[in-house]
Design a protein around this ligand. Structure first.
Ligand code: ADP
Length: 238
């Protein structure tokens, strides 16, 4: 590794450790604010305006806590994580398990087609599917949610596709959606703008690329490549 690359790796690791510490240490004072505001709501004789103000504090704290959680987990993706053979069907299934409450409350139907096994970190791959599936539900349209996960051989690599029938993303926004803290639908739907940046980081750390194919009103397909691997089941070559 050349000196510049070594320096970049070192400063990336430092930045990652810094983000981790900040996110972790800020959770504690946040919990204190939240707990004492709840006590204030219950014990103090607040009028309607006072209650409304206290509710604003609690929802602000909740949002901050979600942001920090996301930041904390995004700081632990990738480099230095143990790797092994991961069956993507298992990772996708596990992600569905973790999201079972929102998948069932939105009556989402998820189709997992035959997927290969790849070399990677199991937690990262579960998180990757979880972020994409969660977004497919969050950014749904009027129709019942339908999600399709498929794999296709592409030379020595695989292209994995997670397709939804949601609200879609305008073409000019496609390159931006993977940037940290970028949100396109901020007014109506809660989120942190960290999920897709984390997906990008996970995929790139495995040597792949991620992109989106979408248009407004036409659903979105998030595609990513993963190197080599072995088919855990026979996937038809196209
Ligand atoms: P968050 O969902 O927390 O805002 P993400 O990084 O996961 O952050 O996504 C970034 C933005 O990309 C979202 O705010 C949303 O506008 C858009 N987006 C992500 N996934 C989808 C999807 N499946 N359909 C439509 N828009 C999406």
């Amino acid at each position: 590794m050349c000196a510049d690359a070594k320096e970049l790796t070192r400063s990336n690791a430092e930045l990652q450790a810094f983000a981790h510490t900040i996110a972790h240490d800020l959770q504690e004072p946040l919990r204190t604010i939240s707990a004492f505001t709840e006590i204030l709501i219950q014990k103090a004789q607040l009028d309607e305006a006072g209650k409304e103000t206290a509710d604003f504090i609690v929802s602000g704290v909740r949002r901050m806590s979600i942001l920090l959680d996301d930041l904390l987990s995004s700081a632990t993706y990738g480099h230095g994580r143990s790797r092994g053979r991961v069956k993507l069907e298992f990772a996708a299934g596990q992600a569905m398990q973790n999201l079972r409450a929102i998948l069932s409350s939105s009556h989402a139907s998820v189709r997992i087609q035959p997927l290969p096994a790849v070399e990677g970190n199991e937690c990262d791959l579960i998180r990757l599917f979880q972020n994409l599936l969660g977004n497919a539900v969050k950014y749904r349209g009027q129709a019942p949610v339908e999600i399709d996960i498929s794999a296709e051989r592409y030379g020595p690599d695989w292209v994995i596709r997670v397709r939804d029938n949601g609200i879609g993303i305008a073409k000019e926004q496609h390159p931006r959606v993977f940037d940290l803290f970028t949100r396109l639908h901020t007014e109506t739907i809660p989120g942190s703008g960290i999920g897709l940046a984390a997906c990008k980081k996970i995929v790139e750390n495995m040597g792949g690329v991620i992109w989106v194919e979408s248009e407004v009103g036409g659903g979105s397909t998030f595609c990513f490549t993963l190197a080599g691997g072995h088919p855990s089941v026979a996937v038809p070559r196209s």
